[in-house]
Design a protein around this ligand. Sequence first.
Ligand code: DMJ
Length: 641
Amino acid sequence: MTTPALLPLSGRRIPPLNLGPPSFPHHRATLRLSEKFILLLILSAFITLCFGAFFFLPDSSKHKRFDLGLEDVLIPHVDASKGAKNPGVFLIHGPDEHRHREEEERLRNKIRADHEKALEEAKEKLKKSREEIRAEIQTEKNKVVQEMKAKEKKPLPPVPIPNLIGINGGDPEDNDIRKKREKIKEMMKHAWDNYRIYGWGHNELRPIARKGHSTNIFGSSQMGATIVDALDTLYIMGLHDEFRDGQKWIEDNLDFSVNSEVSVFEVNIRFIGGLLAAYYLSGEEIFKIKAVQLAEKLLPAFNTPTGIPWAMVNLKSGVGRNWGWASAGSSILAEFGTLHMEFVHLSYLTGDPVYYKKVMHIRKLLQKMDRPNGLYPNYLNPRTGRWGQYHTSVGGLGDSFYEYLLKAWLMSDKTDHEARKMYDDAIEAIEKHLIKKSRGGLTFIGEWKNGHLEKKMGHLACFAGGMFALGADGSRMDKAGHYLELGAEIARTCHESYDRTALKLGPESFKFDGAVEAVAVRQAEKYYILRPEVIETYWYLWRFTHDPRYRQWGWEAALAIEKYCRVSGGFSGVKDVYSSTPTHDDVQQSFFLAETLKYLYLLFSSDDLLPLDHWVFNTEAHPLPVLHLANTTLSGNPAVR
Ligand code: DMJ
């Protein structure tokens, strides 16, 4: 634990004292006096400031208002000024005026008393010797540590564990398929072992430089993202020694009290999702405890005027903000819209409704908003509750929002009809405005920008083939066949994007423009960073159709990864999939172990491993069990817990 700059002493904060090595003796008395003088000076300045602030500054909380007609879903401090013509002006008369004066007087007295007390305490403190102060600080520190430990140890309420079916096995009968599955497991070992040797505890690995790596989504933290992301893949592959090794690191090292600004979305899908899946698979309490500790750290991100969370939050201070590049200071649809699965599980496991309420609040707010052409724009300003730029995509910035609507329904044992309806509505609009067929007959999903369709599809959007297949059952007007077919068409298009390259690996995004079909045009779009989405779609299509082409396509991708991305220190992305002599980007992404290798392994396993009617995969491929909540409430009904 790091030492706070200002330590609470007797329930109050004092400025930091110089506790460094003692000065030369003949200087000591002089320094003591000046320290006292400075301290008193700071205190009196502070008191003057507080009085000034109290009397002269406007009460801004009364002036805030929002014009969304969403008062019922906004946080309670919002005062819509109850019919006043000018919402900025507050006139108080009669008995109210008297009450107001009394209240002001009471507050003034309280502040005066508080400050006198603080001054007394500070004077007392200054009478003490350096050693006494040091001892007091140490006592306070110990107290804080003890309190934190006690909190960590506090057992979470027991809840009925859902049916955990098919958490291991999946041995395929066919010998050839079994060998392929073994090969994927060997690739996982290679990725993990090298991370274990060269990157242990870092977020990711640089397999060529053979050292740790991190990106801005994890801030300056060293939270072992690869360990947490990989745990469930290790588990289902039967790599139990490696799993235990990861668990030990988490027990001993994973600490979220770090002064680091992280992405709320990434930390949710990789860490909370990864920890929850590891908990359900192994039954080890530590994973649940860590998931809850982390979730508590994310909650301050929701303290915005609308309740739409910031994209980033500092885990220590709780201060949030948005990405500088996002349109009009907006939060991102795919980020604030991809919390539902994990947060519902958190409420289920803790009995604390706070998580459930946060995500349901987001949903309700989105439901009330107008959508241009029925499409959800990717940008939403958390201060005003207004959409930013009208840009809609099923790829980056939008993707997993749609995925989580469908999966919220599946995870609720198909009882969350509201989520299913939102998914159906959204998909209908997407099909109408974004999905087209190329001249060569390839179905693609374009991007909608300010009333114009850009005929470009991202690698990320390829996940939608699997999503359409997964959502086919239960679709409106029994269009199951149609959606399964649509999923298969997207899978074919994405396969083409791989097949039309030199390395047989897909580019980051590809165009449909005249003669150009499923090919990247700009140099900056030609890279492959070990992404899973195309293989994810093959796997879902395989589960629903058992068409052997999906295993064949998956195997092609696995061989290409092995041939062009494998290096002696792990696996690396490549910078240009159209160049037959690949240049490596020297990053082994944590999602390669969490998703790409997991989906490949499942593709060559039998269907009884993690069956889809019992498990729902979060967007980082972490399996969470279906919750049969028919007789349960998520508000922590004591009768159930
Ligand atoms: C993963 O972290 C998740 O799948 C996320 O939803 C988007 N993409 C990356 C991998 O490409």
